[in-house]
Write a protein that binds this ligand. Structure first.
Ligand code: UDP
Length: 484
């Protein structure tokens, strides 16, 4: 380079900060990897606790070593080591992050521990990050790990309160249509509202949290959503009335695969996309190889849900009685009050039924499982990552939402997108059996068609020329411009 040439500008440095939970870390790591592929410098801020698990259970070297501009940094999540960090005590995590992690985050930024940060992409459920970014003059984007429809339902909570539609008055009102979420008037019932709306008064901490944090996003430079236009177009139009700069760049796991496949170097193409905070049991892939095409129901309730023993038994009877083959993820901490290794006292007919046609693991390589040809249905808690992974794989769903945004997602899966059935609020062996039969036999043709169409649209959106692909290019361009 001659002395006369201007120095090559450094790539923008983006700081990514997820809420410390598996689902949030998964999708934001995919985003981080996409930004790295685009040549940006990326710092991923992980909680100490999650980082230890990630290092233990995921080959992060294989995934990130080939990006010179990528690094992890850690911060405490504010909870004691032995805290379960699952659905039984979820609010404690939010409280600790807000009161302990956030002041530390501010300190780290002020003292320059991250180096020069051109832009922050923070998890929008921590809406308050915007105050810190504004105070320090750093541009900030909010990324939400939930669907557009759930984001919009959260965003509409003030109108729902104003109209007296929440708190929901009683059981008799659960099937009444809700009128105060624009765009959902014809099919959203009270029971489909986010679980936090099932409260006795509007000062409920969960309700206040999702309402207040979600309301911060119009103040960000932009809102980034893990969804695609063909799936949620009408609701995205509603969101854009409040957040005009909304980038839809999902499904992120498929988007990442699409960009990696185009990349010239072998090292990048071979790099793994998985990120797990649990020990993955791959033996289920060998078991799946032995099953016939589309015969298996995959069962998983995600990383947070905790079921009662009675619920597990009802599901178990329903699945065994349906005579379907099944692969069931049973996290060691997923039964309320059950200590790891404690006997569960399971009826013998269930144990026998499982030996005949079932397989159980503590944690599965879910993306791979859903893509396996033997899998024909997904009994899911309707977490957004799981829903998107199922959509891309073209697998129809029986939804049993556990909490938060999942109540909204499951209604969209069944009523708006017709990609499965919704078993919300019911947990009875006869219903489980009947729903699995609907999915795998009675309504099979209909679901095979609808899921194949949506899978095709999801893949096109992340390929060159697709909406998510173009929106991501626009996001990179905007980050570059604001970093000059
Ligand atoms: N997951 C996995 N193996 C399992 C169960 C879940 O890899 O056995 C992954 C799944 O692929 C998804 C994430 O964990 O990416 C769960 O996120 P989701 O938003 O569906 O639900 P959450 O755990 O946040 O309730």
């Amino acid at each position: 380079m001659s002395n006369m040439e201007p120095p090559h500008p450094l790539p923008p440095h983006v700081l990514i900060f997820p809420l410390p939970c598996q689902g949030h870390v998964n999708s934001m790591l995919n985003l981080a990897q996409l930004l790295s592929l685009a040549g940006l410098h990326v710092t991923f801020l992980n909680s100490d606790h999650n980082h230890d698990l990630l290092v233990r259970y995921t080959d992060i070297q294989a995934r990130f070593a080939c990006y010179p501009g990528f690094r992890f940094t850690t911060i405490p999540d504010g909870l004691p080591l032995e805290h379960p960090r699952n659905g039984e005590s979820f609010m404690e995590l939010f409280d600790a992050v807000k009161s302990i992690t956030m002041p530390l985050f501010r300190e780290m930024l002020v003292s320059g521990q991250f180096g020069l940060v051109n832009c922050i992409i923070a998890d929008g459920i921590m809406g308050y990050t915007i105050d810190i970014a504004n105070e320090l003059g750093i541009p900030i984007f909010h990324f939400r790990t939930i669907s557009a429809c759930s984001f919009w339902a959260y965003f509409s909570i003030p109108q729902l309160i104003e109209a007296g539609e929440i708190p929901i008055k009683g059981n008799e009102d659960m099937d009444a249509l809700v009128k105060s979420v624009p765009g959902m008037e014809t099919f959203l019932r009270s029971r489909d509202l986010p679980s936090f709306c099932r409260c006795s008064d509007v000062f409920n901490p969960g309700l206040q949290l999702v309402m207040n944090e979600t309301r911060q996003s119009p103040r960000a430079r932009g809102l980034i959503l893990n969804t695609f236009e063909n799936l949620e177009g009408p609701i995205l139009s509603q969101i854009r009335t409040q957040c005009p700069t909304t980038y839809t760049i999902g499904p992120l796991h498929a988007h990442l695969k699409s960009r990696l496949a185009k990349h010239a170097t072998n090292t990048l193409q071979r790099s793994s996309n998985s990120s797990s905070l649990w020990e993955v049991d791959r033996s289920c892939m060998t078991w799946l190889d032995q099953q016939s095409s589309q015969s298996v129901v995959y069962i998983s309730f995600g990383s947070i849900a905790v079921l009662t023993r009675e619920q597990v038994i009802e599901f178990w009877y329903g699945v065994v009685n349906s005579k379907k083959n099944f692969l069931w993820v049973r996290r060691p901490d997923s039964i309320a009050g059950n200590k790891e290794g404690e006997s569960e006292d399971i009826p013998v007919e269930l144990v026998e039924g499982t030996k005949e046609r079932g397989y159980m693991v503590g944690w599965a390589p879910q993306e791979e499982v859903l893509a396996h040809k033997a899998v024909g249905g997904f009994l899911t808690h309707s977490g957004w990552n799981s829903t998107l992974e199922s959509i891309v794989a073209g697998v129809p769903m029986v939804c049993w939402p556990y909490f938060a945004d999942q109540q909204v997602n499951s209604r969209f899966v069944s009523e708006a997108w017709k990609l499965g059935v919704d078993m919300k609020d019911l947990c009875d062996r006869k219903i489980v059996e009947q729903m699995l039969n609907d999915l795998m036999v009675e309504r099979r043709t209909e679901f095979v068609k609808s899921t194949a169409e949506m899978a095709g649209m999801s893949r096109r959106s992340v390929n060159e020329g697709g909406s998510s692909y173009s929106n991501f290019d626009r996001l990179i361009e905007d980050i570059r411009l604001m970093s000059m």
